[in-house]
Each structure stands twice: as C-alpha cells, then as structure tokens.
Write a new protein. Structure first.
Length: 417
C-alpha cells in the first residue's frame, strides 16, 4: 500500500519534488499503513501547491500544542524523502506556570529526533496579544535568517483559518481580513518590532539565543531580507489533527490561555462555532473554510491586477506645491478603473505612504474625492505648482501619519504632509 501510494503521487504530479518522494522513504515504513492518510494528504498538498522544495532548510515553529507537535512529526517522517534539513524554534511568553515544562518537552523531542532547537524565552512578560505575536514572529524571523533557514513553517489549521475569518469579519477589517490566513507569504520585518523603543520587552535570554548581544547589528543586517512563512495544514481540521495525535500516541501540551473566554478568538472557538454547528449547519466549518479559500484566491488575483495598475495611476514624478514635493494620483485614470480595483490601488498607495493600515472610511473618502472633484465648489487658493500658478482646493482629507490629500487643478490628488 505504501509503495503504491507513493508511486501514485509520482505518476500524477510531474514535479521536481516527485522525483524525491520515491527515493528514500524508510521513515515512512515505520508508520502503520492506517496512520498514513493525513501524511499522504500533506505530502500531496506540498507538491500541488509548491509550498516546500527538496533540500530546503526548514525552521518549524513548535509551541508544544497538538497542531505544532503533529506538524513536526509529519514533516520529520517526510524528511528523508524530501532531503530536508529541519530546525525547531520554541518561543516562551511565560504566560502560565508550566510553560517551562512545555519548553523542556519540546527540547526532548528535538533531542530524540536529532534536530537543532532554538529556544526563545522572554525576560519580561508581554501581556498584549498582538505585541506578543509580533515579538514572536520577528524573533523567529531573525533566528531563521541568522541560521540560514530558507522557510518558516507553522501549524495553523483549517480551524484556525475559520476562526480568523470570523474574527476579522466581526472587526470589519474588509477584504484583507476576509482572505484570512494564506498558505504562503513573505515574512518581512515588522518595522523591526520597534526594537529601539521596546527592547526591554523583546530581548531574550542569551543562554538560549546566541545573538542577543549582537541584536542591534542583526536588526540592521536582516531588516530587508525576505523569508517565506508557510502554513501547510490549512486544509486539515483540528479534528483530523486530534485523530493523528491519538493514533501516533503523541504527547502534547494544552495552552491554558486557549480556554480563557475573555479572549475573542476563544469565544468564537468554544461558544460561537458550536452554536452554529448545532443550530445552523453541522458542517459549517467545511462550508466557511471553502468560502475562505475562494475569497483568498480571488483576492490574490485582484491584488495582482491592482499592483500592475498602480504605477499608471500614481505619478512618481514628484509634484512640487509651493516649496514642497508630493506624490500625485491621476483622478481621470482612477475613475476609468473598476471599483474593486480602485479601492485596492488606493489602499496600497495610502498604506505605503502613511506607514499605517488605513481604514475603509479613508479609502472611500479619497475615492469619492476623485470621482466628484469636478463638482466641488470649495474655495480655491492660488499656489505655485511645478513653478506655475494653479488652483488648489482648500478642502483636504486628513489621513493617519499626519498626512492629508488635496485636489490640484480638478485632476490630481496630491499627498501632503
């Protein structure tokens, strides 16, 4: 059964990775045939979506929970077939008393599997969930780049994706929230975690992370380096993961914070979704997860179109208003583009130039200004624009980051300080 299944994969995929799936599968032979269903599902997914490649250096983020432990074991079993070099990173936020025991458990797993381990405990509690997440990802990124790993892999599942979708819908985060988690994305520096101002929160114990004393120089050196974040379990549910954990008799640690109902995501998991399954649709997880994948693929496509048109709408020949230099948007060209693409172009433009994530309200204000500027009757002032005397509307739209937009000559929107 094992050999036939691997042969089946090789005959149907015709990718570079397939040639390596047949070569060395000794680790798979030690696994019972009835336990391999999810393992084959993962293996085929890696090939179909080109998530991982043979001979890569892969850093796996392992918390000790069932999802990351299951992912670690599955990738470890596939390692010899794909010729991967695997490392493990474990971040300890010290949010609960037994977190040190969890870290010890992960270290024992790494020792048993003969895999390099990088442990990163914080030296001061970070109680803010978003700040802690940023600290974790930024630190993992630094470890990966410093030790020459090419990708970072996390154990987010279809269930996590669904919860994120609902959470973002509730927050009203728009299309970017609707597309939820992606299979693969660039993990860029998160403004270097503002390490200069938050270093007392983000430094880690030098006993476990070798580059603490060189943190400043590493921040500078790796800030512009791109590294991929891969989530290979996004079509695998938490129920499927639990079944594998039981079949393989894996020891996992439950995070007590996952049961804290004061956290919105936990209320979605433990209260809202069970209610929806019981009273609306027993397979609501599958229905919404499918919708999430469709939204994601369509969003990626529309974003690609918007990026390709951005340079045509935005003039990078900086406009001079009086003694200041500004970027300008061509309203006529923007109006000729379909509405969905207009909003994306404006969102990209504003996010990049204000260094923040602007809201739908700001995007709509700018879009309506482009479409209605010919009808504006606001009082105009005379300004010297590119050395010529032209009219500029007094009305401006305030944006985050102490920026504003103004209309010039009823055609161009310019970004002002």
């Amino acid at each position: 059964m094992l050999l036939n299944s691997i042969s089946f994969l090789a005959n149907h995929k015709r990718t570079e990775a397939c040639s390596h799936v047949d070569s060395k599968h000794h680790s798979l032979l030690h696994t019972k045939a009835q336990d391999l269903k999810l393992l084959y599902k993962l293996n085929q997914l890696l090939i179909e979506r080109s998530l991982l490649k043979p001979y890569q250096r892969i850093l796996i983020a392992v918390s000790g929970g069932q999802d990351s432990i299951c992912l670690l074991n599955m990738l470890h079993k596939l390692r010899s077939s794909w010729h991967w070099n695997i490392g493990i990173v474990h971040c300890d936020h010290k949010w609960y008393l037994n977190s040190k025991l969890q870290a010890i458990h992960v270290s024992r797993l790494a020792a048993h599997m003969k895999i390099h381990l990088y442990q990163a405990p914080t030296i001061q509690l970070v109680n803010n969930e978003q700040l802690a997440r940023n600290w974790r990802y930024e630190l993992i990124r630094h470890i990966a780049i410093s030790h020459h790993f090419t990708v970072i892999v996390t154990g987010h599942t279809a269930s996590d994706r669904l919860e994120t979708l609902i959470y973002n819908l509730i927050r009203g985060s728009g299309v970017n929230g609707l597309q939820s988690m992606s299979w693969k994305r660039k993990l860029n520096s998160m403004l270097t975690m503002r390490m200069e101002s938050l270093k007392h929160l983000t430094l880690v114990d030098s006993q476990h992370v070798k580059f603490r004393q060189h943190l400043k120089s590493i921040v500078i050196n790796v800030k512009s380096v791109d590294i991929n974040l891969i989530r290979p379990l996004l079509n695998i549910t938490r129920v499927e993961i639990q079944q594998v954990v039981e079949l393989w008799n894996l020891e996992t640690w439950s995070d007590p914070s996952n049961r804290n109902l004061s956290i919105c995501r936990n209320r979605i998991r433990h209260q809202l979704l069970p209610y929806l399954r019981r009273y609306f649709h027993p397979k609501i997880d599958y229905v919404l997860t499918t919708s999430t994948e469709l939204i994601h693929t369509e969003t990626v496509y529309l974003d690609a179109i918007a990026h390709s048109l951005l340079s045509k709408v935005v003039s990078f020949d900086f406009t001079r208003v009086n003694s200041h230099t500004y970027l300008q948007l061509d309203c006529n060209l923007l109006r000729a583009i379909p509405l969905a693409i207009q909003r994306r172009i404006l969102k990209f433009f504003l996010d990049f130039n204000t260094k923040t994530s602007v809201s739908f309200k700001h995007v709509e204000q700018i879009r309506l200004a482009c479409s209605k500027n010919a009808n504006w009757t606001d009082k105009r002032n005379t300004n010297y624009i590119n050395g010529k005397q032209q009219s500029i509307l007094n009305r401006s739209i305030c944006l985050p980051g102490q920026k504003s937009m103004k209309i010039i000559n009823q055609r161009f929107l310019v970004l002002c300080e």
